[in-house]
Design a protein around this ligand. Structure first.
Ligand code: 4AD
Ligand code: MG
Length: 500
């Protein structure tokens, strides 16, 4: 009778049994007497031991390379030193494909090389940890809205017009007509909210962002709830609850993944309602304040000291490398030097840019939208997500309702993730008055013809309503503590990248 094929995650339930495993070679080392194969199957990794006397398995394993695929059978035995507490004493091996010359070696590679090999890079321990956390973020989002009685409504990807500014539209040929890839599902969702009350859409959205920043993708996933009868405090509470739920689920199920990413969980454990709330006008005061200047000066002093320390460290590693004779030692030192140089470059850039940021913050003019640099400064000042409301109307989208108490500002909210991550949520109460909306569209120079259906929502049973969008990739980048958003999605799309 064949042995049961089990997954590595379930191995501890099969102690002292002979089982079959199937997977890929994560690492392989061999002395003349014994070979150690680290097998990865997508559910985990497991050490498999092949003794020289176990033939033909011992000969077979010599034909395998990193990422080679195989099936094996062996006895699962407890071993305190093995990851997962179980190791396999191998009896037979069937090589499926040997994977000679796998391009991603275990040494350090530059990020361009890795992005070019993204289809293979996805297999690394770091990338699979991110993928699992992303999965949980998405399922937590769905669970949150489903539990609250929201109905999922799918909105079109092919859209006839702009909703978030004409500057970031991708054009597509639609039977000879130019149409656009959706920047948001919001306008359609407003129609659905008048039918169903509480709705959300969750899909890919597209922005032709002509800049390469660590926060922008050209294709990203966004969840957007839309709620009939909601006012601004309702939206703030809804978004706050969502973020808390997502963080709680990741902390609840992904300690090992966070650890693999080198992510300190402490800042995530501090994420609890209520979040601090400021108005845009108060945020501008914070930017211009002496406290912000002092914080930035302290950051500058800290980074300058870190630059000094890193330069010394690199010099030390360099001289060790000059004396190293063993190949493995040279490789290890080479990796350490490359990692230190990458950190050094980042720090040097931060040091170079900071004086400019300090000046810009001190002179920030009321009326401008908050940019990435301002968001970084603000979100470093708080240890929880920061809710900023009531931005200048003129800086924001046409559909936002003005504050009846101060028509210069919109009834909107942005939420900035802490630790410098910046905006993860943007939303607002919508203009529900037909005349006011038409006037605003005229001011913006928008042709009302393609928006007649949207204006109908104000003609027939218009009610106060609002919603927001939360970007999945920015949320995952923050939770995972990643420098750059590009690792949060399997196949990122941003300016200059379409392969693979
Ligand atoms: O603030 P945004 O542009 O808002 C909207 O699209 C509204 N229609 C949402 C709504 O009210 N229903 O985008 C919302 C969120 C941002 O806070 C950010 O998390 C993410 O979407 N986002 C991006 N993520 C990655 N790359 C980009 N280029 C992004 N642009 C926005
Ligand atoms: Mg926004």
């Amino acid at each position: 009778m064949p042995h049961p094929t089990v997954s590595i995650a379930d191995l501890s339930r099969h102690l002292d049994q002979t089982v079959s495993l199937q997977g890929w070679v994560e690492a392989l080392r061999s002395s003349g007497k014994v070979a150690f194969l680290l097998l990865r199957d997508g559910t985990g990794s497991c050490q498999c031991v092949i003794e020289a006397r176990t033939e033909p398995a011992f000969t077979a394993v010599a034909g395998l390379h990193q990422e080679g695929s195989l099936r094996l059978t062996g006895r699962a035995r407890p071993d305190d030193r093995a990851p997962g507490g179980v190791e396999i004493a191998v009896e037979t091996i069937e090589v499926v494909q040997s994977a000679e010359g796998y391009p991603i070696a275990r040494k350090a590679h530059g990020v361009d090389f890795l992005l070019q090999h993204r289809h293979l890079w996805l297999r690394s321990a770091r990338q699979t940890a991110i993928a699992r956390i992303r999965h949980t973020v998405i399922s937590a989002i769905r669970g949150y809205f489903d539990d609250l009685g929201f109905t999922l409504v799918d909105t079109p990807i092919l859209a006839p017009g702009a909703a978030e500014g004409a500057g970031t539209l991708f054009t597509v040929d639609y039977f000879g007509e130019p149409v656009y890839l959706a920047q948001t599902g919001q306008l359609y969702l407003e129609a659905a909210a008048q039918a169903l009350g509480k709705v959300y859409c969750f899909g890919p959205t597209f922005r032709a962002e002509k800049s390469k920043t660590r926060r922008h993708l050209a294709e990203f996933w966004m969840v957007e709830p839309e709620v009939a009868w909601a006012d601004l405090p309702d939206l703030e509470a809804l978004a706050e609850g969502l973020i808390c739920r997502v963080v709680e689920r990741v902390l609840g199920g992904h300690r090992a993944d966070l650890d693999r990413l080198g992510r300190d969980p402490a800042p995530l454990e501090a994420i609890r309602a209520p979040f601090p709330r400021v108005t845009y006008t108060e945020a501008v005061e914070i930017l211009r304040s002496p406290e912000t200047r002092a914080t930035l000066e302290a950051e500058q002093a800290r980074d300058l000291a870190a630059v000094e320390a890193l330069r010394k460290e690199i010099a030390g590693l360099d001289s060790q490398l000059g004396q190293a004779t063993k190949a493995w030692k040279q490789e290890k030192l080479g990796q350490e030097i490359q990692a230190a140089q990458e950190r050094l470059r980042e720090l040097e850039m931060a040091v170079e840019n900071r004086p400019g940021h300090m000046e810009d913050a001190a002179a920030f003019a009321w009326g401008r939208d908050l940019g990435g640099d301002e968001e970084t400064i603000l979100s470093r000042r708080f240890d929880r997500p920061l809710v900023i409301t009531r931005y200048p109307k003129a800086a924001k989208a046409f559909y936002m309702k003005s504050d009846p108490e101060n028509p210069r500002v919109a009834l909107n909210l942005d939420i900035l993730a802490p630790e410098g991550y910046g905006e993860i949520v943007g939303g607002s109460v919508r203009e529900d008055d037909l005349a006011a909306l038409e006037a605003r569209m005229a001011e913006e120079g928008m042709d009302p013809a393609p928006y007649q259906w949207y204006l109908d929502l104000r003609r027939y049973g218009s009610v106060p309503h609002g919603g927001f969008g939360l970007g999945v990739e920015r949320t995952v980048a923050w939770i995972c503590g990643l420098r750059h958003i590009r690792e949060t999605i399997a196949f990122p799309r941003f300016m200059g990248r379409l392969y693979p």
